[in-house]
Write a protein of this length. Sequence first.
Lengths: 733, 272
Amino acid sequence: MILLFASPAQAYIGPGAGFAFAGSFLALIAAFVLAIGTILLWPITFVWKLIRVGNPFKKAAAKRVIVLGLDGMDPGMVTRLMQEGRMPNFRKLAEKGVFRTLDTSNPSMSPVAWSTFATGVDASGHGIFDFLTRDPCTYAPLLSSTDIGQATRVLNIGKYIIPLGSPKITLLQKSQAFWKLLGDKHIFSIIQRVPITFPPVKFRGLLLSGMCVPDLRGSQGTFAFFSTKTDDGVPAFTGGEQTVLRRQGNRIRSRIVGPDNGMVRGSPRMTLPITLTVAEDQKSVVMEIDGCPEPITLLAETYSPWITLTFPAAPTVSVSGIARFYLTSISPEVSLYMTPIHIDPENPAMPISHPSVYAVYLAKKFGSYATLGLAEDTWALNERVIDEKAFYQATMDICDEREKMFFDAVSRVKTGLVTTVFDTTDRIQHMFYRYLDPDHPANAGKPTTGEYANAIERVYVHMDGILGKLLDTVGEDPNTVVMVISDHGFTNFRRGVNLNSWLRQNGYLTLLPGADTSGDWFEKVDWSKTQAFSLGLTGLFINRKGREKSGIVEEGEEYKRVTHEIARKLETLIDPATGGKAIRRVEIAPEYFTGPQRFDAPDLLVGYEGGYRNSWDCATGSVTHEIFTDNTKSWSGDHCVDPSIVPGVFFCNRPIVQKQPRLIDVPFSILSLFGQKPPDYMQGRMIFTAKGEGDGLATTRGLLDPASLAQSGCAPGARVGTTPAWSVDHVTV
Amino acid sequence: MKPLISLLNTVFDVVLAPFGHRFAAFDLLVWPALAGVVALLVYKKVSNQKGIAAAKNGIQVHLLEIVLYRDDLLGVLVATAQAMKQNALYLGNNIGPMVVMMPPMTAVLVEIVAHYAYSPLPVESRPLLEVTMAEGASMKSTDVTLEVPPGLTIDAGPVATPEGMAVWRLKAEAPGDYVVTVKVGAESQQKALAFGGEPRKIPVERTNTWEAILYPGEDALPSDSAFETIRTRYPDRELTFFPDGESGILGWFFGFSLAAGFALKGPLGVEL
């Protein structure tokens, strides 16, 4: 207004304040235009909605459904902590409604299970069978969930390659998410961090992508470790890179390695110069990074906030990421850990939300946050680049970020669906499970007592606090259904099994002449003489003629014979160290699955006994000398076993009609709760009573009978690995 | 006021037009850019950068809320109100820097206007000399007399108005800078007039109000003067590649200094 009515000289206020007034004026106009536009359009959209779908809640048994997804929460551990009175809110929810185990997917791993949750179909329906699959043309590993391509049209100017379009990023998950079906009926949803939602699919609602969002370098998480300490001959890290720092007095100069620069011929890596200056008192380091406005003071064993890293790609073009720094030591050696470079949510280089401004909104409202799919850096702890304290702190920080987003969504959605997945429970159990088993091989050389010995319990109790806050927020609203679910439970991971080594020793896999081991990704495998191979965490592929590039197993009788033969032999595989069975069940995919994607499935799904899993070498397509090896990594708990061992949890504030709910029932039931008919292809069933049926039919209510937990990895009293039998005799709830 | 204007004139008459007044482009490019950078640095120093960032962030959050939750009518109204509240905070955070920066910026601007906004009066023109009596002055406009130097003649007038104004129409015989004397009672004041010739700093108006700062072509009138203003209207100078006249130069200076500031706010790390 001042600008409009003052005389020219009086109006002149200089660039700073001039911008402020001009910007402010624009902001006011934008607010008015948006608000008035929205208000004017509201009746039109309301009428359009009425014409198109009528009242979407007419047959609804609930107007709001809140799904709190706690990845990997184990029914056994919950039961024990409820018994001990440490999870009062979970107990309260169960007593009001129900607590049961939730049958998980096969394979029982997050990308598969959460895809089943999203789509209401099993793996053969949505096509996600593991984190990885193989390229049948090259046998090389491929990410199951996403295909990131290059821009198809480019303009070459000197050394620069200017893309004339966006790179094509495709979600490989098939079928469709049930929140899209809700959106089609004008039922609004906010979906946060559900795995396998990258890139986000358009629908009527908001979505923040979860597991499988890459880091800025395009990997699933590559950390960096800078140190003045040199360990010549020490092999490179898995999951990260080390840079040896050269010190000149108190100053150290190095470079942060960023993504490949696709805009320059040859795609060189983009880097950012970094300077570290050690304080005189050796208690802090001042870090200066090119492009960062302010130097950052780092204290030992304390995380920096998220720092924005801006990599210049071409004149006027830059790529933005965020990372946190953690000084693991200052004296005598300076060692600095940097998290993988996450996509900057305020300026995302790839689509991580729908609509794209949703990620921006969350960042502006709550500050920067982790966007990487596997945000908790398990490899950094596995490699002992960081210690348990650093890992725990970073994981809980991410949990806090998620909590803020979750409650923002809950406060926003008065009718509709809110689903938020917290990964904290999963990651902490993976990395701290060894503390539950005094004889765990991973305990060798590591502390078995101390502050983080009860990290898993602390996280469960923390989640109880979040649930308590949610229950307080929801109150006694009869129209809101609150569910707490997990995609799977947890069990021990003491022993690794290299199926590729077993296949070789049993004549199904052959190495090239002269090779003793294969190297990673089947480097020295003779495909012309190989019938089967294993890649990923539970899958075993037959080298099928006509499907794999060098396939040799004929379709029909030979295929059937080979698959049955391998399955039978694996089911009797004995661990020589314990004398116990390593594998509970092997499913033959063509016989087990019925969905349209079953032809892309691994031919055999290996269901391990508790305590076993594919070894680290096997997962990366490596043939070694040993079939069985001790798992000595911090990643000491797992769930990639027979699904019957690791059911998830199902808590709800309403009782249910089914005796044994399954994960696949949840999306079917949410659609039904909203009064929408689930599509025929969905494989679930309704677990709640429908509108007007009355609660009398819902006879499954209250707490879980702990005796039913006999198969659960974390069941009270259960001891996995050395003792083949399960014991839950002393449990009372 | 008089010492301040004298000081500004002393400084700017030296630094402006280093290549002569014909080459307006130099000053019209350098000074706005320089002013933009200096203003930016001053702004960074005197403003609450964190508060500004927070307020801007708040505005953006609430605008995004309107976009994201557009089906929630009440939510839209609340978000709009909150965006306006943040807008007010943003403006509030800018009042301090504005107060600090306005005087030097105004000084630079009025000097540039005086040097480049106007052309001398065409010799063939018949310009008016307007004298306005101060409010409460004991003398009346009918009592005012005018003395002109050789080469300048009074073509008509004076015409006195009831509102306290006296007007003469003048005529110059040749290009040049003339000084006329306006008298009332015992007081006499001079007023310069520029006719024809090369572009130069133009003496537009003398006044005894605060607005004297806007007319640095001549000294201010004494504060106890019976005259409030003595002025002549000059034609706008045609600047070819830049907007003409006072408004044109104001707009150009404002826009170009903003552009310079915007271009450099990143490298200088300033939150605007």
